[in-house]
Every structure is written in structure tokens, then in C-alpha cells.
Design a protein around this ligand. Structure first.
Ligand SMILES: [Zn+2]
Length: 539
């Protein structure tokens, strides 16, 4: 959506290629807002094969298409279409205050607001102003992506306190935290567009390299003609290297005069330093799964760096146990503690983190599904479990020097950051598993929901596969019917335990005769669930 939706339709006429821009009559692009709170809303989007632009805890934004509105409405979902008025980039804006929207003026346009989250089309200059006023931006992608469902995992109930974890937690050093925040602040600005931010990237790279991790790499990505870099440090897992758990924070900063001064001590040297301090404590230790320490840039421009990285993981189908994001974790007014922001699919991860805060820290702590607009959202968009930790009481209590030139170490609590680092270490180590840990964390566990997925391939000639999952043990019947409603074939008829299943249908009836071409229906039925989908046989 960054540059609007471009349709690459090419017309081939007598060998002459006519670009799409010369084709008249393309309809204006539009986008659908779908209410989150309907039961299984995301699963429905997934089942229907719809494409996702972004999400908040209140709604999903999906690609409009012929039939999409009708099928969503038929499934009982509340759908609101928005026509995009221009080619300007489209942003979700998380609002600390509604008056921010007062600066939206043509050609920028406000498509929607519920007072807490707004959908805005705007140019980069307006986006900068919104960010400077305190809005948290999420830039929606040019191209929507498939809906990925987050696997539900069983996280271990560790025996606490655990001596291994306690030993790692004890490595947290407030002086080390303070000097790293100071070092990042000393760059004067870490605004993503500046050379000074490139130097900060190099500092993070050098810091992680000196810890003796298995690898440290830059993760470069393009943005508006620039190349910015995330930095990724890796400790490879000893028994399950393909599984990954990570801690992350963004190093880039913003202010009223971002090109010359944006010290960003709280936002977000504090969170960056959590990732670095966790790396320092965990480097040289052995874990079952791979652990990564990731520092992003481009957060203030709309989660650009983390969006790039989360897509990279999804593209490689990385088995990510969870991402722990830290953004503004070293200032407090009344309560010495943290708010753990999450979505419902990541609730197990958030609860594990919450438990670690209770066991290994002095933090006040609570979990909220007011997910907010920081880098953890990029992982949610790719179907990964992620949490975003911020200082306690957010919102509405808010750091007064947020996004200003005054955001400096003088206002921060190093003891608070140290406790947050302990929570991060305990959670990441528990997730990754370690020698002697009671349970290998992150074993994919039972799905929470009973679901019937679309048959594939469809239509089919030979045989097709039907996948489904069960939330509870009980009698399961999966059967095929013809359009007259007559039973054609039972595929499954037995007691089954919770889990994921697949069945295949070879296009034959109960008597093993091939059925004729046509439309058939297959139905999954349990004591509490029934769903029917279509399969088309071609001969
Ligand atoms: Zn931030």
C-alpha cells in the first residue's frame, strides 16, 4: 500500500506490450475492515483464503475481492469497505490522544478512527508529523499476504526457581545497562534516515560480535530509496537448532528535529539494551533451541525493519517459538513494573513471561490484549507469537519526553531496566530449553479450536486431502454428500483425541465406484461442531 496498489496487467497486442497505466477503467482499490471479535474471525479469513494487510486488537484489514464481502457477511462477520482515495501510503495509527488527527489535511485522508486506532492515507511528511505528535505508526504493505494461523503451543511449567535460570538472571549488570544506554544516546540522533543511525547499527553489530555468539549479521532492507539495516545475533540451539526464540527492540529514534538531535534514551535505547543485555547473559551458554538477539531500525516510520524481518522468517518457514519485544521499559511514575502487550493467539507466551516476572523480578506486571503499535505486531502479521513489553501503566500514563529532544538517560530508572532484562532472560531461556530443563519448550500442542479446512486440490480428478483439527476428544464423523444431500462416503467415523488430522478422498463412493463429475459436500461433525465445505470432482 506504500505506493498504492499497482496492477501489473499487461496486454499483448501484435507483439506490443502496453503497460497497465495506459489501460483505462481500472476500478479504484479498496480494502475491507473485519471485526476481530466475531468467534474465530481470523480462522474464517484463513479458510476463505483472503489476504491480510494488517491488524489491531479490534479489526483486520483484508483485500477486497469479488465475493469476499458476501462470503464474510454470510459467515456472520461485520465488514466495512473503504475506498482508497489516492496512491498515498496507508497507515494504521495507534493514538495516545485523538487530537493528533487534527493535523491530517488533504491530500492525506482519514479513512477511519475509533478514537484509539485510526486508518490514514498520508505522505511521508504527514506521517513524520503524526509520529512526532506521539502516534505509533504501522505502514501497511504494498501487497497483502496470506493469513497465517499462530500454532498453539504448550509452554512448560518450569520448576521455579530454577538454578540455571537464576544463574543467568544474576548476570544482569545495571552498570552495563547504563553505559549501553549512554552509548546509544551519545549518537545524538538515531533517526533512521541519518548516517548517525548507520553508525549506531555498526555499534550494535560490534557489541554483539564481541560477545562470541555463533553469528552476527546485518539484515539490510530497502525503504524509499534508502538501505537501512537490522542487526541479528544468533546462538545456535544444541538439540533443536531449527526452532528459534528471540528478544528484540528498535534502536531508531525520532524527535521534533530528528536530523540533528533524537537521543531516544527511553524510546528506545532502553528496549535495545534489553536485547543486548539478554545477549550478554546468554552468550556462551547452551540452549536446546536457537536464540536470537535482534535490533531493528525503521520502527518510527511504521515498523519497517521488523516487517521486513518477520516476513523473512515466514518466507523461510522458520519455527519461531516466540518474539519478545521491548519498547520503552526504563521510566516509571507510580508503579515499578511492566505491561505485557499481546494478541489472543500469543496469550500463552505472554502468560509465560508474566510468570517469569513474578518469579525472578520485583516488577509489577500485567498482560493486556491492547496490542499497540510496536515491532511485535510485525510478528503477529506473519502468524507468529509475540509480546511487546512497555513500562507499567501504559496507556494512559505516558513518558513526558516521548519523541522529543529531551528523551535522555537522566529521566530513566536503571533498576527498572535491570528487572526487565531479568524477565526477558528467564522467559527466553525457558522458551529455548536448557540442559536439565524439565520440559523442552514450545512443543506444538493441541489446537484450541475445532476447524475444517478447505479440501485440496479443488477441483480434483484423482484424490484430494481434507485437513481438520479437534479441540476435544469425542466421536468424529467426516463424510461426503452429493448435492441431493445423500451420503456418498464416510471418510472418518470414530473416537479421536485432540490434534491435527488429515483424510483423503479418492473420489469413490461407499461401494468403491468412482463418482461422476460434479459438486460434492464434505461435513465434519463432532458433538459440538459442524461445518460443511464444497469439493468439485472433474473426470
Ligand atoms: Zn519505540
Amino acid at each position: 500500500m506504500k505506493k498504492g496498489i499497482v496492477v501489473f496487467t499487461l496486454a499483448f497486442v501484435a507483439g506490443v506490450v502496453i503497460p497497465a497505466s495506459q489501460v483505462v477503467g481500472a476500478s479504484p482499490p479498496s480494502i475491507l475492515k473485519v471485526d476481530v471479535h466475531a468467534p474465530k474471525a481470523l480462522e474464517t479469513l484463513h479458510d476463505l483464503g483472503l489476504l491480510l494487510y494488517g491488524q489491531t486488537d479490534r479489526f483486520y484489514l483484508v483485500a477486497d475481492s469479488p465475493g469476499a464481502r458476501a462470503s464474510l457477511t454470510a459467515r456472520g462477520l461485520t465488514v466495512t469497505p473503504f475506498h482508497l482515495s489516492s496512491n498515498l501510503p496507508l497507515y494504521l495509527v495507534f493514538l495516545p490522544r485523538e487530537d493528533i488527527l487534527g493535523i491530517i489535511a488533504p491530500p492525506a485522508s482519514l479513512l477511519y478512527t475509533d478514537g484509539r486506532v485510526a486508518l490514514v492515507q498520508m505522505d511521508e511528511a504527514t506521517a513524520l508529523k503524526v509520529s512526532q505528535k506521539g502516534g505509533e505508526l504501522a505502514l501497511l504493505p504494498d501487497e497483502p499476504h496470506p493469513v497465517y494461523l499462530t500454532p498453539v503451543r504448550s509452554f512448560p511449567s518450569p520448576t521455579v526457581p530454577d538454578t540455571f535460570i537464576q544463574r543467568l538472571v544474576n548476570k544482569v549488570n545495571p552498570d552495563s545497562i547504563r553505559s549501553k544506554i549512554q552509548r546509544l544516546q551519545d549518537f545524538r540522533t538515531r533517526y533512521s534516515y541519518t548516517d548517525s543511525c548507520r553508525a549506531a547499527e555498526q555499534y550494535v553489530f560490534n557489541y554483539l560480535s564481541a560477545l562470541g555468539l555463533d553469528s552476527v549479521v546485518f539484515d539490510p532492507y530497502p525503504y524509499g530509496g534508502y538501505t537501512w539495516r537490522n542487526v541479528i545475533g544468533t546462538r545456535v540451539g544444541r538439540t533443536n537448532p531449527q526452532r528459534v526464540a528471540l528478544a528484540c527492540g528498535h534502536m531508531d529514534a525520532i524527535s521534533e528535529t530528528p536530523n540533528s538531535l533524537a537521543p531516544g534514551a527511553e524510546d528506545n535505547a532502553s528496549g535495545t539494551v534489553i536485547a543486548l543485555e539478554v545477549a550478554r547473559a546468554m552468550a556462551g551458554e547452551d540452549f536446546g533451541s536457537t536464540v536470537k538477539f535482534v535490533v531493528f531500525t525503521g520502527e518510527e516510520q511504521g515498523l519497517i525493519g521488523s516487517d521486513h524481518y518477520a516476513r523473512l522468517l515466514r518466507g523461510q518457514n522458520v519455527d519461531l517459538l516466540g518474539a519478545l519485544n521491548f519498547d520503552m521499559v526504563s521510566w516509571y511514575q507510580d508503579s515499578f513494573g511492566v505491561t505485557i502487550r499481546t494478541n489472543t493467539a500469543s496469550m500463552g507466551l505472554a502468560q509465560l513471561e508474566n510468570r517469569m516476572a513474578a518469579e525472578y523480578t520485583t516488577l509489577a506486571h500485567f498482560v493486556t490484549t491492547q496490542v499497540g503499535g510496536s515491532d511485535h505486531v510485525s510478528f503477529h502479521n506473519q502468524g507468529y507469537a509475540a509480546t511487546g513489553t512497555i513500562e507499567y501503566g501504559y496507556p494512559p500514563i505516558r513518558y513526558p519526553y516521548y519523541h522529543t529532544i529531551h528523551d535522555s538517560l537522566a529521566y530513566l530508572s536503571i533498576p527498572l531496566a535491570a528487572e526487565v532484562a531479568k524477565m526477558a532472560i528467564a522467559t527466553l531461556a525457558t522458551l529455548a530449553g536448557y540442559p536439565g530443563s524439565a520440559v523442552e519448550a514450545g512443543t506444538p500442542s493441541l489446537p484450541l479450536t475445532t476447524t475444517l479446512l478447505p479440501v485440496h486440490p479443488n477441483p480434483f480428478r484423482g484424490s484430494a486431502r481434507v485437513e481438520y483439527s479437534l479441540a476435544a476428544k469425542g466421536r468424529v464423523r467426516l463424510s461426503v454428500y452429493n448435492v441431493a444431500g445423500q451420503l456418498v462416503r464416510d471418510l472418518v467415523n470414530q473416537i479421536q483425541s485432540p490434534g491435527k488430522y488429515s483424510a483423503s478422498w479418492d473420489g469413490r463412493n461407499q461401494k468403491e465406484y468412482k463418482v461422476p463429475s460434479g459438486v460434492y459436500f464434505y461435513r465434519l461433525q463432532t458433538e459440538t461442531f459442524s461445518d460443511t465445505k464444497k469439493a468439485v470432482v472433474v473426470r
